[in-house]
Design a protein around this ligand. Structure first.
Ligand SMILES: [Zn+2]
Length: 55
């Protein structure tokens, strides 16, 4: 599953740039911001180790 900058995030969470692996944070219902390096394609990731946020 991938996401693009400008899309509305379906869930709050972190997205990882498909080009440079930079992480951006998106909030549910808000547009996904662009990668700091200007990329717009993201891969969503779940159950990342170290992610202690839940619910
Ligand atoms: Zn990037």
């Amino acid at each position: 599953m991938t996401a693009k900058a400008g899309d509305k995030a379906q869930k709050t969470g972190d997205f990882y740039c498909a080009s440079c692996d930079e992480k951006v944070h998106a909030t549910q219902g808000q547009e996904i911001p662009r990668c700091p390096n200007g990329h717009t394609q993201f891969a969503t990731r779940r159950n990342e180790p170290g992610n202690k946020s839940s619910g």
